[in-house]
Design a protein around this ligand. Structure first.
Ligand code: ASP
Ligand code: MG
Length: 488
């Protein structure tokens, strides 16, 4: 069985949903599939805006009507006769109207209610994709994520309980009928009391790998609008190339440092079981793709660059000499990209995404620390397997930047799989270009062995082995999955 996940741009309108239908049909003719879908492109952003407007008691009528019109028109173009999908749309819009009215009435949108509003997007897209499949003769059925994915109650960014998910997902989706295609809403789950939760923005990727792990899928395919994971952000580095193959470690590190192609915690559920992930392009199904698996045995240099262009750097010191900054910094660490201590002075360098900067600085100050903003920064991460055992990589990177006189604010290795360089934001694109060339990343992406492995995986050959024997056993140690490890 395979899990196929389609992102928002893949299901943006009726034409694109038909392309998705064709991809699903092709996979389904080879064996059972479970489909996971995002909301139609832009819809979750719309719903966020809707929740905010309703909270401010502003008029939301137009926005709701536009959403409704878009989804109903799409259904009319795909399968006007499909009663099942129409019923789900009716129910979902009726619920959205009630939620928005309630929020406007009390002037507050508690996190649990907000999640129900945001979940609307996927609840509207799954029936459209299912209807498209049915119209082409595939017995498809929309399945609500709350039926199969179990989480804690951290609304807005819930952590998946993989054990509980397995209990619910296996009977519902791993059913004996291989001819039926479940189309599951990504992004959403249910807490132990059955309340709708969301996994965090972009979380549909995680829904797919969680279901892949819960159902012991042979592969998870993430269908998006680019040809896989690139050697560098393709919008910034003209010479960036799609990678035929990256390791789970590299993919996790790339997601953590801003690569938009995968949600942060996507690989955690599948890596322990050695389930391969393929990142493919809905609009170029036969074109280049990336295989994410345990990766080659022998680590070999830097493989990719990721970056957070809009970052902010701070120095953080205790107010009194001899005071401790560590507890305060630890409290904000999950929202930091980099935090490192200059032990001699007791001062920390803390780097966050710009979007988190104000809140993190305020929290640090509230815990009695002196916070000094260093300015507009970018974080560029050089990613590869076991980079610390290949110190020449960092050496070559620093030398290349040094020769071009590009100043650094900090150099940190947050794990053995990355070296992070904090640069002035004005130098972001130049730093990426220099590093991409100096580390010969475009050239490395052409390695024939990687491409051969990827092509075998695309054909369904050569299921990867778990990366380390014994990992499987550690998984259930505390009855919970590692699906959302803390982003230290
Ligand atoms: N629709 C959700 C979002 O836009 C989840 C996803 O697309 O992965 O964040
Ligand atoms: Mg995404």
């Amino acid at each position: 069985m395979k899990v196929l996940k389609f992102g928002g741009s893949s299901v943006a309108d009726a034409d694109r949903i038909r392309k998705v239908g064709a991809i699903v049909r092709r996979a389904w003719s080879d064996g059972p599939v479970v489909v996971v879908v995002s909301a139609l492109a832009g819809v979750t952003d719309e719903l966020v805006g809707l929740a905010d407007l309703a909270t401010a008691a502003a008029d939301t009528g137009d926005r709701v009507r536009r959403l409704e019109e878009r989804h109903r028109r799409t259904l009319d173009e795909l399968a006007p006769e499909d009663r099942g999908a129409r019923d789900i749309l009716d129910r979902t819009f009726a619920e959205l109207a009630r939620l928005v009215t309630g929020v406007a009435y009390i002037g507050d949108c508690p996190p649990a209610v907000r999640d129900r509003i945001l979940a609307t997007g996927e609840r509207l897209s799954a029936p459209l994709v299912a209807a498209c499949l049915r119209a082409s003769g595939v017995a498809a059925e929309a399945v609500d994520g709350t039926e199969v994915i179990r989480t804690d109650s951290a609304f807005g960014g819930a952590a998946v309980d993989l054990e509980a998910t397995r209990e619910h997902a296996a009977p519902r989706l791993g059913a004996p009928d291989p001819h039926r295609v479940p189309v599951v809403t990504g992004f959403i789950g249910a807490d132990p009391r059955g309340a709708t939760t969301t996994l965090g923005r972009g979380g549909s990727d995680l829904s797919a790998t969680v279901l892949g792990a819960a159902l012991d899928a042979e592969a998870v395919e993430i269908w998006t609008d680019v040809n896989g994971i690139f050697t560098a952000p393709p919008r910034v580095v003209a010479g960036a190339r799609p990678q035929p193959r990256v390791s789970y470690d590299e993919a996790a590190e790339l997601a953590r440092f801003g690569a938009a192609v995968l949600f942060t915690h996507t690989v955690a559920p599948v890596r322990e079981r050695g389930i391969p992930v393929l990142v493919r392009n809905t609009f170029d199904p036969e074109g280049p793709a990336t295989l994410v698996d345990a990766g080659p045995e022998v680590p070999r240099g830097a493989r990719s660059l990721a970056s957070v262009e809009r970052a902010a750097a701070f120095t953080v010191r205790p107010a009194e000499p001899g005071g401790q900054a560590a507890p305060g910094v630890a409290a904000v660490a999950p929202r930091c990209l980099v935090a490192c201590l200059a032990a001699a002075s007791g001062a920390w360098t803390v780097v966050t995404a710009e979007a988190d900067a104000a809140a993190v600085a305020a929290e640090l100050e509230a815990s009695g620390l002196v916070v000094e903003r260093l300015g507009e920064a970018s974080v560029v991460a050089v990613v590869g397997s076991s980079l610390l055992h290949q110190p020449w990589v960092a050496g070559r990177a620093l030398e290349a930047l040094g020769r071009r006189d590009l100043p650094l604010r900090a150099v940190v290795s947050p794990s053995e799989h990355s070296v992070c360089l904090v640069v002035d934001r004005a130098d972001h694109a130049r730093a990426l270009a220099i590093l991409h060339e100096a580390l010969m990343l475009a050239h490395l992406a052409g390695r024939a062995a990687d491409a051969a492995r990827r092509d075998a995986a695309l054909k369904g050959e050569g299921h990867a082995e778990p990366p380390h024997p014994g990992r499987r056993d550690r998984r259930h140690r505390d009855g919970r999955s590692a699906a959302r490890p803390p982003a230290a």
